[in-house]
Design a protein around this ligand. Structure first.
Ligand SMILES: C[S@@+](CC[C@H](N)C(=O)[O-])C[C@H]1O[C@@H](n2cnc3c(N)ncnc32)[C@H](O)[C@@H]1O
Length: 239
């Protein structure tokens, strides 16, 4: 199915449900290895959390010692981020216009799940604009859903009602339901293969210097479904 450009997070009910998610189940695997990845690949503490949502990833970075600005295009999500974390810095970036930030002013841009929602036609332009915000030694960490997430069952998600996901090609719309919160309406994402991401990175003048595909381990306290054999997430380290 062709992708549209609407953002399913511009919705008060979705935002309220999303705010209840923390780091359990499949989401645990998205964040588990980030501290060591950041220690290895990031110098400095000035961070931009691109697509901060209700602030989960922003607060995560702050706890690791980063000075973070969270940005998003969904006011409903930002309103909750500010309510949870009144001393945090959360800003709306309509049209992904980053002119309010100085060129070269961040050591890290973290994008946690944000590119899952961005149409293919916009990805390279946004990556290029984010790259301009990086200091010369800066790093972009792009944490995204793996293509396999949309065709398997998970501790935090189900896709069984969307068999059409299996035929989706890169750039197509795919659907997934989060079972960890109350809002059982499907999230509409844009499938993006590794090959497509690498083409977007090249177009944006970025290079993927590392790729992580975290798997669950049987000694972890989560009811893993596919997580020990199929990676739900891909974490790109971009320079
Ligand atoms: C799945 S949520 C992730 C939120 C947060 N990073 C976290 O880890 O909890 C994705 C967020 O990306 C935002 N988003 C989608 N497209 C965006 C865009 N073009 N620019 C900025 N934010 C965007 C959505 O509004 C939503 O808040």
């Amino acid at each position: 199915m062709a992708a549209n450009s609407s953002n399913c997070y511009e919705d008060a009910d979705r935002a309220n449900a999303y705010a209840t998610l923390e780091f359990a189940n499949t989401y645990y695997l998205a964040f588990r290895d980030l501290p060591s990845i950041l220690t290895e690949h990031v110098t400095g503490t000035r961070a931009l959390d691109f697509g901060c949502g209700t602030g989960r990833s922003t607060r995560f970075l702050r706890k690791l010692g980063f000075h973070v600005t969270g940005v998003d295009i969904a006011e409903d999500m930002l309103r909750i981020a500010r309510a949870i974390d009144p001393s945090g810095d959360y800003r709306l970036v309509p049209g992904d216009d980053f002119n309010q930030f100085a060129v070269g002013s961040f050591d890290l841009v973290l994008s946690a799940f944000t590119f899952d929602n961005i149409p293919a036609a916009m990805k390279a332009r946004i990556l290029r604009d984010l790259a301009k915000l990086l200091a010369p030694s800066g790093t972009i960490i792009n944490l995204v859903s793996s293509p396999q997430i949309y065709t398997h069952e998970w501790a935090s998600f189900t896709t069984r009602d969307f068999p059409e996901n299996a035929a989706a090609r890169s750039g197509d719309l795919v659907r997934i339901v989060t079972t960890d919160h109350q809002d059982r309406r499907p999230v509409e994402d844009i499938l993006c293969t590794d090959e497509s991401y690498r083409a977007f990175y090249r177009e944006a003048g970025l290079q993927a210097v590392h790729l992580f595909a975290p798997l669950g381990s049987s000694d972890e306290p989560h009811a893993w479904v596919s997580e020990t054999t199929v990676p739900p997430w891909v974490i790109y380290v971009l320079k």
